[in-house]
Ligand binder design. Structure first.
Ligand code: IFM
Length: 458
């Protein structure tokens, strides 16, 4: 991508890279950190790939200066990371851990000293275990617990952090953690799922309101995982199945926050959410975010299936469609990110969208101390092109963040799917910038240069 068209050059476009606390920090009990649900889950036998855990992960807790140096050297201007709730409130509520606050002070200060803007996610799936013992996301008191956490964090860092994201991918942590039981805390069943959905929806909006009150100039967003959903055939049954999956994956969390309520008409099981709703909740679920973070990796092809309870739909796996896939088994389909941007734009007329995650896991090859990862570079190039195409067509896309900086702990999949722009040798924690990292850096520089040439402020 050497030349960018005038329509996409925008001096305020935010290029960045994303990470999350549990996937990188390690130091799970250092400096009085309390256990999180992921510390407990990944240390139980049989829960993750090869029983791997993130007790050490990338040791970001100690090595953040080195990682920030890499971001700085690659001239990536924005860094998204999350705050580990149980580092700051080891029991989830109550006593604040000064050492935990100090860590994020050091991290944020170091970002700013290095010319890197911090983008902070408040909740990226690592609930304090002490709160899980009280019911976790299934307990409505989570709204008060989460509010306490948000207030402590925002109050502490509002003088240095402007960009906040309230919750990361609520559909994934409620679906995988409270319905399928394949993520922490490993709960299953419709009741756990629906209650956690409703409470996450309330927290999403309440978190936004709290930040707004504490920091009127904050730039507040929240993030959603999303994929365009296609029916495998034209049959009415497959079309309806695809609509149910779309309601679940792409509509469930954004619509209540826009004041549209839950998308029950397309997926009637969701009407059971009423059971957890109290008078006034419709209004409590609404918040006018400054931006919506979309996180896309692939598309879904869906057919009707009687064997899947409630949803009566099943994915047609990419492996059966003879298409290329990543190490996660996800189809490589760059048009997906364009389609999903268009879908969100056409449905909701959002004022500001940022791609807060996009990236791919491939089997990287290390030769002569170099990591040549052409597949990732191609993947990123095609996806960025698709994003810029959407922007050129008038979709208010104002940023793009690669998932992720360093190879890290990919939840239940452990360390084998490597998504990083930077390779990590997990034996000795040595970092090596991959080809894709250098390529991404060049792309950002080229974009900025061209924007400057047009006298667009950068
Ligand atoms: O690693 C995850 C991240 O934590 C949330 N979004 C998707 C990524 C890749 O699976």
């Amino acid at each position: 991508m050497k030349e960018f068209s005038k329509e996409v050059l925008d001096g305020n476009f935010q290029w960045g890279v994303s990470t999350a606390a549990y996937q990188t920090e390690g130091a799970i009990s250092t400096d009085d950190k309390g256990p999180s649900i992921w510390d407990v889950f990944s240390n139980r036998p049989g829960k993750t790939y090869n029983n791997q855990n993130a007790n050490l992960a990338c040791d970001f807790y100690h090595r953040y200066p080195e990682d920030l140096q890499i971001i700085h050297d690659l001239a990536i201007p924005n860094f998204r990371f999350s705050v580990a709730w149980s580092r700051i409130l080891p029991q989830g509520i109550g006593k604040v851990n000064q050492l935990g606050l100090d860590f994020y002070d050091r991290l944020i200060d170091h970002c700013l000293e290095s010319g890197i803007q911090p983008w902070v996610t408040l909740y990226h799936w690592d609930l304090p275990q002490a709160l899980e013992q009280k019911g976790g996301w299934t307990n409505r008191n989570i709204v008060a617990w989460f509010s306490e956490f948000v207030s402590v964090v925002v109050d502490r860092y509002r003088d240095r952090v402007t960009n906040w994201m309230v919750i990361n991918e609520p559909m994934v942590f409620t679906g995988a953690g409270y319905f399928l039981g394949i993520h922490a805390p490993g709960r299953r069943g419709l009741k756990n799922f629906l209650s956690s959905i409703h409470h996450a929806t309330l927290c999403q909006a309440e978190g936004g309101r709290l930040i707004r009150d504490l920091q009127p100039n904050a730039f507040i967003g929240t993030t959603f995982s999303c994929s365009p959903v296609e029916a495998a055939t034209d049959s009415e049954r497959d079309q309806k199945a695809a609509e149910r999956v779309d309601a679940l994956l792409n509509r469930l969390f954004i619509e209540p926050c826009l004041g549209l309520g839950y998308p029950t008409e397309k997926f009637t099981v969701l009407s059971k959410l009423e059971k957890f709703q109290q008078p006034g909740d419709e209004q409590r679920m609404v918040f006018d975010f400054d931006f919506i973070g979309l996180q896309n990796y692939t598309r879904e092809v869906i057919r009707h299936s009687w064997s899947m309870p409630y949803i009566f739909a099943r994915q047609v796996p990419p492996q059966k469609r003879n298409v290329s896939t990543t190490l996660m088994g996800w189809e490589v389909y760059p048009n997906a990110i364009y389609q999903i941007l268009k879908q969100f734009h056409e449905r909701y007329a959002l004022k500001n969208i940022i791609i807060t995650e996009n990236g791919a896991a491939f089997d990287d090859k290390l030769h002569d101390n170099k990591v040549s990862d052409h597949e990732r570079q191609n993947y990123l190039r095609q996806h960025i092109q698709a994003c810029l195409q959407a922007k050129a067509e008038g979709i208010p896309l104002n940023g793009y963040f690669v998932w992720t900086l360093t190879d890290n702990f990919e939840w239940a999949e452990g360390y084998h799917p490597t998504f990083g722009l930077v390779h990590v040798n997990f034996q000795n924690q040595q970092r090596r910038i991959k080809q894709s990292g250098y390529w991404y850096s060049k792309l950002i520089q080229e974009y900025r240069k061209q924007a400057q040439r047009l006298n667009i402020r950068v």
